[in-house]
Design a protein around this ligand. Structure first.
Ligand SMILES: Nc1ncnc2c1ncn2[C@@H]1O[C@H](COP(=O)(O)OP(=O)(O)OP(=O)(O)O)[C@@H](O)[C@H]1O
Ligand SMILES: [Mg+2]
Length: 364
């Protein structure tokens, strides 16, 4: 197990015209379970392949602890990788498929048997060990692939690229918790690629959010939800995502149209900002309050467990998530309050401050 350090690592498939992974400096710490989360095409697979050595990055250096591995091929990196679709020897039994990575490395027979049985039991493959892999359905084959990735005790890291895509949804939950269990047991460094926020948030100690080839934020699930550092994180995590409302900072006060909605927490230069607040934290008040802003209700989604109240602040949509069974009506005007500790300010999509209570500043 080692820290995996990327120093200025970036990759372009077209000679530097565009970057699939923009040059980044970043450390994956030993023994942690990471989710690498981002939309299709943002560079997740490219980044994994750079770590495993399938791709040599266009720029930058890679270190496993203090050892530079930038030019070292996959075989010399001691990494296990699991791909989106099964990679198996179809004519071999499940047992032999699981044993293969160990036999290849001349692990003693007894130890091989112990590891194969341990992993197959955890993944629910123990009754299938004698079965030929070709005779399993795609989902089971993928679980065997997963097992092959997890069977080696001594690896620098296990990289999983959307490993549960072809697996039955009901099994996914079970397998994810198994993976967590295996991680606790082996202490492998795990990097689990997904574009599914639920998958990322339930699996990882730390979620690394990738957008357009760059890491925009990394943190524990709660941190990404409660304290997004980038507008993209606000949109991508949460359902529905964070509301964004254009505003203006004037003399330390944040204004939406003519309404003061709060003060700024820091010495933010005056000028335009965007307010970011999640639907969960928008409060609807009946009477005009200060700080607050008038909003026209445009519709209500009754979700059963809660309501989503859709409004317009000027021309900007803002959703409030409220308790179920509210009596708000379309075409009425309500007042929205943005709580100071849960509302952030963004410039160029990056968080530049937070909303503070007005404390007598601004207009009443
Ligand atoms: N072999 C390649 N040649 C040229 N461009 C590529 C190649 N592989 C990926 N790309 C481009 O690089 C960018 C990042 O692709 P990558 O496959 O790393 O994204 P991803 O996040 O894994 O996407 P997905 O969620 O769809 O798997 C995309 O714009 C993609 O089109
Ligand atoms: Mg991919």
């Amino acid at each position: 197990m080692a820290d995996i350090r990327l120093e200025g690592v970036g990759h372009s498939y077209d000679g530097g015209r565009t970057w699939a992974v923009k040059p980044m400096t970043w450390t994956w710490h030993s023994s942690r379970a990471y989710a690498l989360l981002g939309p299709s095409g943002c560079g997740k697979t490219t980044l994994l392949n750079i770590i495993s050595g399938l791709i040599t990055p266009s720029v930058g250096q890679i270190f496993f602890d203090d050892r530079e591995v930038t030019g070292v091929p996959t075989a010399g990196r001691n990494i296990a990788q699991v791909f989106q679709f099964p990679v198996l020897y179809e004519e071999m039994s499940v047992y032999d498929n699981l044993a293969f990575p160990l036999r290849n490395r001349k692990v003693p027979k007894q130890e091989i048997d112990r590891r194969v049985r341990q992993v197959s039991e955890l993944l629910g493959l123990d009754h299938l060990l004698r079965r030929r892999s070709r005779r399993l359905d795609a989902g089971r084959q993928q679980i065997v692939s997963l097992g092959r990735g997890l069977v080696r005790a001594e690896v620098a890291a296990v990289l999983l690229d959307e490993p549960l895509t072809v697996v039955d949804p009901a099994l996914k939950w079970t397998l994810r918790s198994k993976l967590k269990e295996i991680h606790r047991d082996t202490g492998h460094t795990l990097i689990y690629v997904t574009h599914d926020q639920t998958e990322a948030l339930t699996f990882a100690d730390e979620v690394v959010v990738l957008n357009d080839g760059a890491i925009v934020q990394a943190g524990e699930p709660a941190e990404l939800f409660l304290s997004p550092a980038h507008e993209f994180v606000g949109h991508f995590i949460g359902s529905p995502g964070m509301n964004v409302v254009p505003a203006e900072v004037v003399g330390g006060v944040v204004r939406v149209g003519q309404s003061d909605v709060g003060a700024v927490t820091n010495e933010l230069p005056p000028g335009p900002v965007r307010i970011g607040v999640r639907p969960e934290f928008v409060r609807i008040t009946e009477a005009r309050t200060s700080p607050g802003v008038a909003a026209k209700v445009t519709g209500i989604d009754r979700m059963g467990a809660y309501d989503l109240v859709h409004t317009l602040v000027g021309e900007h949509p803002v959703i409030a998530k409220t308790e179920a069974g509210t009596s708000y009506q379309p075409d009425t005007v309500e007042f929205l309050h943005f709580p100071a500790d849960r509302t952030f300010l963004f410039r160029d999509e990056v968080r530049c401050g937070a909303l503070a209570p007005l404390n007598g500043r601004g207009q009443a």
